[in-house]
Design a protein around this ligand. Structure first.
Ligand code: HEM
Ligand SMILES: [Fe+2]
Length: 438
């Protein structure tokens, strides 16, 4: 840490970790609903629990990205944050907005569109939070003497994230149109804006832990990000196959989304290369593990598991089955959850001025969460293959097929419990580091 105002990031990290834990608790509840008759059906039905599970995911990731940004921007720009007050105000607004959203779901206050269930009033409140955030980041960056690629890309990513959000606010009566724009938020977030944010945060951490020259790291950033945008924007078409859009999307979506793994593969090679040609002795082994693990898991969850079902010839059988859940979990965990944990494990001890801290718990968190999420994702995958084959392929009745999938849901539950232990350890670790006296 170089600047005092970077400290605002701390509380973003703490809330990010706590909401992560809540998300997993609700996830366990959800998988139980697949296994046993549901005693809670009148209190928290499946759709409500699912809305809470996925919205908490989005909220903890946004807290993580914002915390990471507030840590990095002053250091990259060589100046204190434009306004600590605004950063704090924005933190509280987001926290209250998130909590009202979750409690509201319990009382049926929902806009009903999967992943974007927040009622329209709260969606506008999020716009206000985003504007404060972007203003604060931008005003800090313009004080800089030298613009860096990391700054530019980070700013581009958060602006794109906010602009895309706007397309999720109106409701179109024509469902084809509604889903068309819905994907502008969902797909263009995770395969567009978030990739930019992730690439810039990762570049920063790599720069710090390896000491590789900035130009070397940044040169690759341009190439990778250009490719992410070229393939990712038209790749949105892989969600347009079956929603009533024109047939040419089968071609455009298929071809461009099949190219999406290319920049991800480049990023993996690039990360490994920087680590191999490091200039410093990497003393922070924990962050090194998270960095390399994140690159590899990003590749597996997003590129491999995405590629498997992105062509229309495959997707017509797997669309909306547990194959999608398998990919969703593995990609989100590898690309973004691990990224945020990387940033937190790098930045939080640095904020406390800890040159050295006990990393044992951090390694446990790493191995438990990675192995358990791998198991969980693959178990969903097997359930999905059974579902695609028996239900879609052979036309066997829905409930009969669910019976065949049940052992794999039990496997998901057991892996989920293991994963939860890892997350509890993470939360304890974060709280302990955050509460340390400097
Ligand atoms: C980090 C990046 C990614 C994340 C976080 C992610 C996450 C997700 C999630 C959550 C869904 C489910 C959406 C829903 O229907 O509710 C989904 C669907 C899908 N993703 Fe990804 N994804 C990523 C990258 C990719 C890539 C690179 C590809 C292709 C190579 C891909 C291919 C697909 C396809 C084809 C679907 C639709 C599945 C269906 O038809 O049901 N994804 N993704
Ligand atoms: Fe997509």
């Amino acid at each position: 840490m170089v600047f005092e105002s970077q400290k605002v990031a701390s509380k973003y990290f703490v809330i990010s970790a706590v909401f992560f834990g809540l998300q997993v608790v609700v996830g366990l509840l959800l998988i139980l609903k697949y296994i046993w008759p549901d005693p809670l059906i009148g209190i928290i039905p499946f759709n409500t629990a699912r809305a809470i599970h996925t919205n908490l995911l989005v909220v903890w990731m946004i807290f993580g990205f914002m915390g990471g940004t507030y840590y990095i921007v002053p250091e990259e720009s060589g100046t204190e944050l434009y306004s600590k007050k605004l950063a704090n105000l924005q933190f509280w607004l987001l926290l209250i907005g998130g909590l009202v959203g979750v409690v509201g779901f319990l009382f049926g206050w929902t806009a009903g569109r999967p992943l974007l269930e927040l009622p329209v009033e709260l969606k506008w409140a999020i716009v206000v939070v985003a504007l404060i955030f972007i203003f604060n980041v931008f005003m800090t960056m313009i004080r800089t003497k030298k613009w860096t690629a990391i700054q530019g890309m980070l700013l581009g990513g958060i602006v794109m994230l906010a602009v895309m959000w706007l397309f999720g606010i109106p409701f179109f009566k024509n469902l084809t149109l509604d889903y068309y724009y819905w994907w502008w938020v969902i797909h263009l977030w995770v395969e567009g804006a978030w990739e930019l944010i992730a690439a810039s945060l990762m570049a920063f951490v790599l720069l710090k832990i390896t000491g590789v020259e900035r130009q070397v790291i940044e040169k690759w950033l341009y190439v990778e990000v250009a490719l992410v945008l070229i393939t990712g924007i038209i790749g949105t078409g892989h969600h347009y196959y079956w929603i009533g859009t024109p047939g040419y999307w089968l071609w455009w979506g298929g071809i461009f989304s099949a190219l999406e793994p290319v920049p991800i593969v480049l990023m993996v090679f690039d990360t490994l290369n920087h680590v191999r040609h490091k200039k410093l002795e990497i003393t922070n082994r924990l962050v090194l593990y998270w960095t390399v693990g994140c690159a590899l898991f990003h590749f597996f969850g997003a590129a491999v598991m995405g590629m498997l079902h992105t062509l229309p010839q495959v997707n017509r059988w797997t669309h909306g089955t547990q194959v999608t859940a398998s990919h969703g979990h593995l990609a989100f965990f590898g690309a973004y959850a691990m990224l945020i944990l990387t940033v937190i494990y790098y930045a939080l001890p640095a904020l406390k001025g800890l040159k050295q801290f006990n990393q044992r718990k951090g390694f446990w968190v790493f191995w438990i969460t990675v192995s358990m999420m791998l198991t969980l994702g693959l178990a969903f995958g097997v359930a999905g293959v059974i579902q695609s084959y028996m239900q879609r392929g052979l036309g066997i009745d829905f409930l009969t097929v669910q019976g065949f999938m049940k052992p794999w849901f039990i496997a998901v539950f057991i892996a989920g419990l293991g994963f939860f232990i890892g997350v509890i350890l993470f939360i304890i670790d974060v709280l302990q580091i955050a509460m340390k006296k400097e």
